[in-house]
Write a protein that binds this ligand. Structure first.
Ligand SMILES: [Zn+2]
Length: 118
């Protein structure tokens, strides 16, 4: 269950942004998640529930925004989506080059959090 360790760092990040002078509780967290991670949303929420007991994050909802995996061609700059579960090598759809870098899909960050003010 790799969701557990990633949820730990998520909870830590949220709590580090929490200011108990002005905030009362966290109501919801929006997480941006790249398509190369196969974390299951229900496990992220479940672990967040468990790990946040006794903290201002307790009972908060988790909203996951998934970002598709895309690659950017090194030769022509064309950006194209790729299914990582697909087989074989995929060439740039515009120029046929096999040299490209991952453009999106590795995201894992807290985009925003909704808080209850004091
Ligand atoms: Zn290209």
């Amino acid at each position: 269950m790799h969701e557990l360790s990633i949820t730990k760092s998520l909870v830590k990040t949220v709590l580090s942004r929490f200011d108990d002078k002005t905030m009362k509780a966290v109501k919801s967290v929006t997480l941006v998640l790249g398509g190369m991670y196969d974390y299951e949303e229900k496990w992220l929420q479940r672990y967040m529930d468990e790990l946040s007991v006794g903290t201002p994050l307790e009972g908060a909802g988790l909203c996951v925004k998934k970002v598709p995996v895309t690659f950017k061609c090194r030769r022509c700059g064309f950006i194209f989506p790729m299914d990582l579960k697909g087989s074989g090598s995929v060439a740039c759809r515009q120029c046929g080059s096999l040299e490209y870098d991952m453009h999106t899909g590795r995201e894992f960050y807290v985009e925003s959090m909704e808080v209850e003010d004091k």
